[in-house]
Design a binder for this molecule. Sequence first.
Ligand SMILES: Cc1ncc(COP(=O)(O)O)c(C=O)c1O
Length: 381
Amino acid sequence: MPLAQRVHNLPSYLFAGLEAKATELKQRGVDLIDLGIADPDLPPVDIVKQSLIRHLDDPDAHQYPSSVGDLAVRKAVAGWMQARFGVAIDPAMEICITSGSKEGLANLSRAYAEPGTVVAATDPGYPVYANAGAILNGAGFRALPLTPDNQFMPDLTLAEGARLLYLNYPNNPTGAVADESFYREVAAFADAHPETLVIMDAAYCELSFLPPKPPSLLQFSKNVIEFHSLSKMMNVTGYRIGFAAGQPEAIAALVKIKTQLDSGAPVFIQRAMAEALAAYDGVNPPADAQESHNEYGRRKALLEKGLKDVPGVKQVYPSPATFFVWASVDDDVAFVEHAMEKGVILTPGRGFGEAGEGFIRAAVTTSADRIELALQRLRDE
Ligand SMILES: Cc1ncc(COP(=O)(O)O)c(C=O)c1O
């Protein structure tokens, strides 16, 4: 049975070979320390879990949800956007609840990207921008390289003429944080280029370990759309819940696509997100969320320091956000293969795009003790 051409057009999955090797080693009983995975190991923030359990008993929480999301939940999201960023968002027109941000980032592109159009995104970047955003829609892809020379900040002029522009700060995989002047520059770009929809992926917005807290792009322009997610913010990647906020036309387009492709996030999970966001005290998350962010920050500092002494690591690029450490090496794939033989899983940078070649990403989603042990293994020749 022939597959659709767009499936053939997807790049071969670089990680598949590495995963096969990891599985084989695990089956042989090798203890692998996984610094590859972007999945929090710390427990869910309590209020999300407790709220979920409570709302499971709501008699009206078991039917098809609406694709745009429960209005009361959208109001809670608007309340959070106001408290956290000081922006007024209309819950009726400017918010759509999503099943995690990956779904929204991908579904939104279907409303805009098509053959003959270009999707631009930062490179290295979250692979969904190029694969779901461009390739699955038959659109062209334009990479905006992030390099040490540009402090991992893109040259926005490269995005001119694009139908969509995906940006992501704090950034996966480089860890880079954008300062306010960058948000202003992006807002000016969005206002000057109505033919380009600017999408800010703010999945790591709350995982920032030093002041100032990252802002929202919506503070600077209403001509954009921003995605937030509870996944990393509250250690609930499996719950699949987040939201999009911003330009009403883009929200309406996302909802139109979603009505054909999904039936919204389960109501009890939406309500759990609403309560978790309402548990913020101004700009500050609930205490256990804050503690888990602090723990990621401590682990990241440990890993940044320790990686500097690992043979083959040329430079570590420290940053105050995300749970990723980005470092340059000679050959990223060879380095990662060698690390796996020593019992440590890392991610080769080229898995995030061409500009990622020659870099590795290490995630701090395992305990400090295991990170110490991983560093020891990597240091041993
Ligand atoms: C940059 C970035 N955006 C979005 C996502 C998707 O997160 P979720 O769909 O869990 O909200 C991820 C997940 O790793 C990510 O790294």
